[in-house]
Structure formats: structure tokens, C-alpha cells
Write a protein that binds this ligand. Structure first.
Ligand code: FES
Ligand code: FE2
Length: 366
């Protein structure tokens, strides 16, 4: 019999060297959410963002194709763009080297006088980008397999679960900082063993904890499922007869740092974790509505979520981060129930497995 799986050693959450190594081993090799396609809808639209210390921008080409580039001029490394907007060509603010929307160098003032200067060899460095039902993900590893290999069946499952997903646009994004390691936050998100005790609003007004489960099958995805709370107790109104999935809750956590979450009533929202330092993570909660139109109901739900689930989790994860520094902490076994269910931490064991393999250089779909 295998010994039980113990909680991970505290140094993995505390050591700045581990954090640096994670950037290379995990964050530069996995798919990360960047923006919604509607934020870069027209040819020439761009959107700057950063990912684990790297500045990047998305750019819609004249051909309609989505591209992602490192935000750095190939001359002497000035950044090319800031914020978001639209351009017909990309002109570096430093010495005016000019690139076309495919990233190729078109003009470099004075270059004709340089013997051997090959304009055609100079391009902005590109990064892989994928459009998943309007959600744009990037991967800094040029050899990375497509998302379908990492998260098999995700696209179809999500399209089936959220009718009209193609018409959704971001309505609002809420940001929350947490003074903890990103893994503490992700692990907290990935089990519902604490839900009933801590998240009373969520566990009575959104979902039914007895039906809650998390499955680990299917690539680097943790799929959470539950039926809606008792309808009289729902904290917002839904029409369960609207479609097959309207009465269900589901989320797809895409390791390492993003989750699609669908509240009963087909309300799509998202979690994005940005690891900023060994003991600091920012969470972005995205809320989506048809065409991005302001909905009072979604705004109320987003606020309720910030005031209850998110605020409750902040207290938990920050306490854990302090606890991990305690000289009195000896990591005990996880509660892994072979049958799964709401009181099982099998999903935490899966997170450990992915992380340990990645830190060992083994990452990506088989
Ligand atoms: S650094 Fe961009 S033109 Fe010089
Ligand atoms: Fe929680």
C-alpha cells in the first residue's frame, strides 16, 4: 500500500529561488489567458499585457489573424507599445524603427549606410496564440502542443455548457491581491473541502455542496461540477428550463493559472491568477455578458462574490502563507477519498503531481 500523500513542503511556497525556477519550468511552458478577442477585434488593434515578468502584446493583423509578440524592439530593446489602441504600422518610440503588422522590419532610419544590414532578417519575436471560443491564450514555448492536447475536449464541453458563448464579451473585471504564494491560492480554489464551513453564501445560494465533485480526468484540467442550490435559496433568479445546463454549476480549471467558471443560469465568469512574487498573487475575476452589455444581475452577483467567496478565500490563503513559515508545521496527509466527492483533496494531489513533474522538466501532454 502506498503511504498517504502529504501536504507539500513549505519551502516550495516560500523560497524565491523556487519562484524563479517556476517561471521557466511552469509559466513559460503553459497556456496563459491574455485577453478576450473582442478587445482586439479590428485589424491593427493591439493590447499590451504581461505574463510572469515578460511584456507582450496581442495584435490583429490586416488579414484578421491574431498574433502575439514580445513587446520589445529588436534595435536596442525599447518597448514598442503601451496600453491598447490601433496602429497601421508599429513605430518604435526610441529611434523610429518601423515594423509592419506581421512584425517584419520595414524601415530603420540610416540603415542603407550599414554594409551587410539585412532588413528582411529582423522581426519582432512572436509567441503562440490560440483563440478558444473568443478567449485568447498564449504560450511562450514555441514547441508547446495546442490547447486541445493539454485540455482534451474543453472547447466542445464549454461550447455545449454555455449556449451563446460566441456572443459573450467582458462586462467587468475585478482584481484582488493576495499576500500568498500563487499555489496556495490555486490549491484553495481547487478543493471544496472548505466550502460548507467557510463559503456559506456560495454553498447555500449558488451550489449544492452534496453534489459537488472535482474530476481529474482529461489532461491538465480539473473539472468542478455541482447542481444549483435549492432554487428558493438561490441568491439570484435563474430559469432552469432555459436549457440543459442552466441548472448546473461547472468550472474548468486549466493548470496552472486560469479557470472558466459557469454559475447556474449559464453565467460565465473567469479566474486568472498572476504570480507576482513568491508571496504575492493577483486574481482577476472576469464577468461576461451578451455583447458585454451591463447587467444589473451580473453586477450584483459579481459584487456578492467579491464580498463573500473571494473575501473569505483571501483570509484563508493569507493565513496559510503565514502558517507555512511556522517552525511548528509538519505537513500531514491530505484527505484523499478514492471515491472523490466534496470532502476529498484528490485534486490537490493532482496539482502536486503536475507541479513536481514540471519542476523536474516533465511537462506537457504525453
Ligand atoms: S530601440 Fe527601437 S528604434 Fe532603437
Ligand atoms: Fe474557497
Amino acid at each position: 500500500m502506498n503511504p498517504p500523500i502529504r501536504a507539500m513542503a513549505p519551502r516550495h511556497y516560500l523560497d524565491p529561488e523556487v519562484f524563479q525556477r517556476e517561471r521557466e519550468a511552469v509559466f513559460y511552458k503553459t497556456w496563459q489567458f491574455a485577453a478576450h478577442a473582442s478587445q482586439v477585434a479590428s485589424p491593427g488593434d493591439y493590447y499590451c499585457f504581461s505574463l510572469a515578468g515578460q511584456n507582450l502584446f496581442l495584435l490583429r493583423g490586416p488579414d484578421g489573424k491574431m498574433r502575439c509578440f514580445y513587446n520589445v524592439c529588436q534595435h536596442r530593446a525599447h518597448e514598442m507599445l503601451e496600453g491598447s489602441g490601433n496602429r497601421r504600422v508599429l513605430v518604435c518610440p526610441y529611434h523610429a524603427w518601423t515594423y509592419d503588422l506581421g512584425g517584419r522590419l520595414m524601415k530603420a532610419p540610416g540603415d542603407r549606410r550599414v554594409v551587410g544590414f539585412q532588413r528582411k532578417d529582423i522581426c519582432l519575436a512572436q509567441v503562440q496564440v490560440e483563440d478558444l471560443l473568443g478567449f485568447l491564450f498564449v504560450n511562450l514555448d514555441p514547441a508547446a502542443a495546442p490547447m486541445e492536447a493539454w485540455y482534451p475536449g474543453l472547447r466542445d464541453a464549454l461550447a455545449r455548457f454555455v449556449p451563446g458563448i460566441d456572443d459573450l464579451k467582458p462586462m467587468e473585471v475585478r482584481r484582488q491581491n493576495e499576500a500568498c504564494n500563487w499555489k496556495v491560492s490555486v490549491e484553495n480554489y481547487s478543493e471544496c473541502y472548505h466550502c460548507e464551513r467557510v463559503h456559506t453564501a456560495f454553498a447555500s445560494g449558488v451550489i449544492d455542496p452534496e453534489s459537488y465533485d472535482i474530476s481529474v480526468n482529461g489532461g491538465y484540467c480539473l473539472r468542478h461540477t455541482s447542481v444549483a442550490a435549492n432554487l428558493e435559496r438561490m441568491s439570484y433568479s435563474i430559469d432552469v428550463s432555459a436549457n440543459e445546463t442552466a441548472g448546473q454549476y461547472s468550472s474548468w480549471f486549466l493548470w496552472p493559472a486560469f479557470s472558466f467558471q459557469v454559475y447556474p443560469g449559464n453565467l460565465l465568469n473567469s479566474y486568472r491568477w498572476q504570480a507576482e512574487a513568491v508571496d504575492r498573487v493577483a486574481i482577476e475575476r472576469g464577468w461576461y455578458s451578451k455583447n458585454g452589455v451591463e447587467s444589473e444581475e451580473i453586477a450584483r452577483l459579481a459584487q456578492q462574490d467579491m464580498d463573500t467567496t473571494v473575501a473569505e478565500d483571501v483570509r484563508l490563503v493569507e493565513s496559510v502563507q503565514r502558517g507555512l513559515k511556522s517552525r511548528g508545521y509538519r505537513p500531514a496527509p491530505l484527505i484523499v477519498d478514492p471515491a472523490g466527492g466534496v470532502r476529498s483533496e484528490h485534486s490537490i494531489a493532482a496539482l502536486y503531481g503536475w507541479w513536481e513533474a514540471a519542476m523536474d522538466g516533465r511537462i506537457g501532454p504525453a
